[in-house]
Design a protein around this ligand. Structure first.
Ligand SMILES: *Cc1c(COP(=O)(O)O)cnc(C)c1O
Length: 367
């Protein structure tokens, strides 16, 4: 008997996460100069990250012989001040991916279930499956969450509902009052994980007062990240904001040193660099217009987005994607998201957006 066969069937049947293609990998595959490649595939911040956080990061290097602060005291103090929560309401994660997994590991078991939307972040399904629980996918409504459908899908064995606002990969978002009414209707013993990875890019009138909801809904967990607008994807820092009793459970399950020292130091400074955040949001606003204007000019339909990316529909999407790769432009195929006719592009710097648009024009030419 082969040891791999001893792993539970629910583990062996997991389909691996498909990440955006790294620049170095495309350079190897197509024999391209890495410096000539642009990557607009993983919703990273093309502006980079806060220069003040860079200085904190450099200063922290001399401390790497020591274990990091297991409780993340300083980062929780800064995050608590910024968002108006108490440190005991915060769980720090190795990215918010870690928070999603901690919720799954704490609450899901074989025989239980989680509920999420079609076309939402793949990690909800992966984290659920890894626990041997059942993931219930609710068909999307206009590429967004069908909140009534999700409510109806909750079963007696459901422990967690995942909502992404704005949603990745479609960029849709829910109106705050509608979302609040939904959370109020979820049975109180079922956790609602509100994944706000892209909320920094959300138009003000669409931004929910989700922190205020924490006092009213002890079953609410907010997931936030430094990977997107803050530009620290490579460091891996995320936050779960929740009732202290839930936080205490997640803190028992997590690895004691799940967030490394460099990440803790840089994130504590990045969170308070409002100038860099304002630049990121403005770059995104302008770039979103640049790219959607071009899509309209090219006659390509797209899903209006509240994130730092836009998903558009195109004939022969797989081939267009390949043709972009051959020109050194990496964007995201959505075939693994059940959207084989769509591609997702991250908003880049103005020159990167221009390069993407001209490469797309070339890729669209008849064969
Ligand atoms: C990118 C992303 C995350 C966060 O990723 P981390 O880097 O692990 O913080 C979480 N949810 C969604 C929907 C995302 O797109």
């Amino acid at each position: 008997m082969n040891p791999a066969e001893q792993a539970p069937a629910y583990i062996r049947s997991i389909a691996p996460y498909q990440a955006g293609k790294p620049i170095a990998e495309l350079a190897r595959e197509m024999d391209l100069d890495p410096a000539s490649i642009i990557k607009l595939a993983s919703n990273e911040n093309e502006l980079g990250f806060s220069p003040r956080a860079r200085r904190a990061l450099e200063a922290a290097i001399s401390g790497v012989a020591r274990y990091p602060d297991s409780n993340g005291f300083e980062l929780k103090t800064v995050a608590g001040r910024k968002w108006g929560v108490k440190p005991e309401q915060i769980v720090l994660g190795n990215g918010s991916n870690d928070i999603i997994e901690l919720v799954a590991r704490t609450f899901l078991t074989p025989g239980s279930s989680s509920v999420f939307s079609q076309y939402s972040f793949a990690v909800y399904h992966l984290a659920t499956q890894a626990m041997g629980a059942e993931g219930i996918t609710v068909p999307a409504l206009n590429y967004g969450h069908d909140l009534d459908g999700m409510l109806a899908a909750i079963r007696a064995d459901t422990r967690v509902v995942f909502i992404t606002n704005p949603n990745n990969p479609t960029g849709t978002s829910c109106m705050p009052d509608v979302l609040q009414a939904f959370i109020a209707k979820v049975p109180p013993q079922v956790l609602v994980v509100l994944d706000e990875a892209y909320s920094d890019f959300m138009p003000r009138e669409r931004l929910p007062q989700s922190i205020k909801w924490l006092a009213r809904f002890p079953n609410l967990v907010l997931a936030r990240t430094c990977s997107k607008a803050y530009g620290l994807a490579g460091l891996r820092v995320g936050f779960g904001l929740m009732h202290p009793e839930i936080a205490s459970l997640l803190n028992r399950v997590r690895q004691p040193f799940n967030v490394n020292g460099l990440a803790l130091a840089a994130a504590a400074v990045a969170l308070e660099d409002n100038e860099f955040m304002a630049q990121s949001v403005e770059n995104n606003r302008l770039g979103m217009r640049q790219i959607t204007d071009a899509l309209e000019r090219l006659g390509l339909a797209y899903i209006p987005s509240h994130g730092n990316f836009v998903t558009f529909h195109v004939k022969h999407a797989a081939e267009v994607h390949q043709r972009l790769l051959r020109q050194g432009v990496i964007i995201r195929s959505l075939a693994s998201y059940d959207l084989p006719g769509s591609l997702r592009v991250t908003i880049g710097l103005p020159a990167e957006n221009t390069r993407f648009i001209s490469a797309l024009e070339v890729a669209l030419q008849p064969r």
